[in-house]
Design a protein around this ligand. Structure first.
Ligand code: NAD
Length: 480
């Protein structure tokens, strides 16, 4: 099944007749060969989704019936939690406990959208009050059609669920293109959909590279909506391609998210949230706390504590007990992060880390790395690194902290820590970012909206906002 595509309810060979290698980043060894999907495969998948949408039962069944299938998918994911988590560790490198969270969250996302699907039945339409007499009007929600979803590698199965669960809940049919670096759990999701009784063609999965499978999906005229998570350059390209056919687009892109720490924050708590914010998932998190702004009076002691704690982090294979930092996802990402660190050394002071940990040279490991004293216009302070690398700077006033935090082309996450909750709320409101945390950083909730300002994206996932991505609004007006 791993070297097949999931199209029209069956695992089938790619038209390319080719496979590609998937590498375990802990030892750089090939652990799977996966089908190398191409434009012909994408066309078959979109046509299957189109048939399922235009003539099949899925968009026409009640929300409650769709909910039953989604719930079963969530249950099957939960039942297979340990096995799926181990796949994520091997595919992505993350420590096992974090992979288990991902899978638990993924099951939760399916259960959450099952409930929302069931609620769609109750929406007989929203009555609209008209200024003119003699007419009545209402707004109803309908599935947008065939969705094309393209996802990254940092939370492989969870990122799939953020798109698949709401799209299916809405009544859409879809084609999912997972990242070429971590495609294995997506194929398992195909099996789970099959086992849960999802009708053929509703969910199709094409593994392959961006240029060979992603691009044809964005270009395909049979796709009504594109949902993308990944880098800004790819997002920009997808949006440009989508413009040709006026496809609806939602984009979840990169970030360089700040955390502002005021002096009234207990140092232990600040260290804990900074560490979690940047070293969780090897820092390969779109909303990672990659810029820390510390009030001048606690700058030196907090930086020292952070460096001390960063040195204590246990690095190693994600399946080993007690590991907090695994390898980066791939040799190329490893190379990219090491190059970013070299650049950082010429721009700021390397406080700790910066190298490959001794004894772990076979895998794609990078030490937890802290930089300080870089200029505000330096590359390392401004660009997303997507690794365990944090940049720290001091500030004097609240206004200065807000200005520095907002001085970025990104606007995904932002966080503030202070014992003064009025001040924290004021700063939270002043951030130009879509996800803001007070006295914490990174916790993500299925019920709450997720997405970015500025170049961090367009639209919101999760919660009811996530469902709206896959719904059209129709006005029905009657002359009484
Ligand atoms: P990427 O843009 O390189 O790839 C993402 C996906 O796009 C992959 O499946 C890839 O195959 C596909 N792709 C590449 N070129 C394409 C093309 N021309 N047409 C269509 N598809 C194409 O990103 P990545 O390296 O996989 O992921 C890292 C990036 O994702 C980071 O910038 C990170 O911030 C971002 N991200 C954002 C969020 C969020 O919620 N905002 C979540 C996770 C990751």
């Amino acid at each position: 099944m791993k070297d097949r595509l999931f199209i029209d309810g069956a695992f089938v060979a790619s038209a390319s007749g080719q496979t590609f290698d998937v590498v375990d980043p802990a030892n750089r060894q090939v652990f799977h060969r996966v089908a190398r999907g191409n434009a012909e495969d994408v066309d078959r998948a979109v046509q299957a989704a189109r048939r399922a949408f235009d003539d099949g039962p899925w968009p026409r069944m009640s929300g409650a019936d769709r909910a039953a299938v989604l719930r079963r998918m969530g249950d099957l994911i939960a039942e297979r939690k340990d096995e799926l988590a181990r796949i994520e560790v091997q595919d992505n490198g993350k420590p096992l406990p974090e992979a288990v969270w991902d899978i638990e969250d993924t099951a939760g996302v399916f259960h959450f959208y099952a409930d929302l699907a069931a609620r769609l039945d109750n929406s007989a339409g929203q009555e609209i009050e008209l200024a003119m007499e003699g007419f009545t009007s209402k707004a109803v929600k309908e599935p947008i059609g065939v969705a094309g979803a393209i996802i990254p590698w940092n939370f492989p199965m969870l990122m799939a669920s953020w798109k698949v669960a709401p799209a299916l809940a809405a009544g859409c049919c879809m084609v999912l293109k997972p990242s070429e670096l971590t495609p294995v759990s997506a194929l398992e999701l195909g099996q789970i959909a099959f086992d849960a009784g999802l009708p053929a063609g509703v969910l199709n999965i094409v593994t392959g590279f961006g240029a060979e499978a992603g691009q044809p999906l964005t270009e395909h005229p049979g796709v009504d909506k594109l949902a993308f998570t990944g880098s800004v350059p790819t997002g920009s390209r997808i949006m440009a391609t989508a413009a040709r056919d006026i496809k609806a687009v939602s984009l979840e892109l990169g970030g360089k998210s700040p955390l502002v720490v005021f002096a009234d924050t207990p140092l232990d708590e600040a260290v804990e949230w900074i560490m979690f914010g940047i070293f969780w998932n090897q820092g390969e998190v779109c909303s990672a706390t990659s810029r820390v702004l510390i009030e001048q009076s606690i700058y030196v002691p907090l930086l020292e504590r952070l460096a001390e704690e960063a040195k204590k982090i246990r690095i190693g294979h994600g399946l080993e007990e007690g590991i907090l930092l695994g390898p980066l996802v791939s040799p190329s990402q490893h190379q990219k992060v090491l190059e970013a660190i070299e650049r950082g050394k010429s721009e700021g002071r390397l406080v700790t880390g910066g190298g490959v940990p001794a004894g772990l040279e076979d895998g794609c490991y990078v030490e937890p790395t802290v930089f300080a004293d870089m200029a505000e216009d330096s590359w390392i302070w401004r660009e997303e690194i997507f690794g365990p690398v944090v940049c720290v700077k001091p500030f004097e006033t609240e206004a200065e902290a807000i200005r520095m935090a907002n001085d970025s082309r990104f606007g995904l996450g932002a966080a503030v820590m202070s014992a003064d909750l009025d001040r924290a709320e004021r700063v939270a409101r002043a951030f130009r970012a879509g996800i803001v945390w007070i006295n914490c950083s990174q916790p993500t909730f299925t019920e709450a909206p997720w997405g970015g300002y500025k170049q961090s994206g367009i639209g919101r996932e999760l919660g009811e906002w996530g469902l709206n991505n896959y719904l059209e609004t129709k006005q029905i007006t009657t002359f009484d």
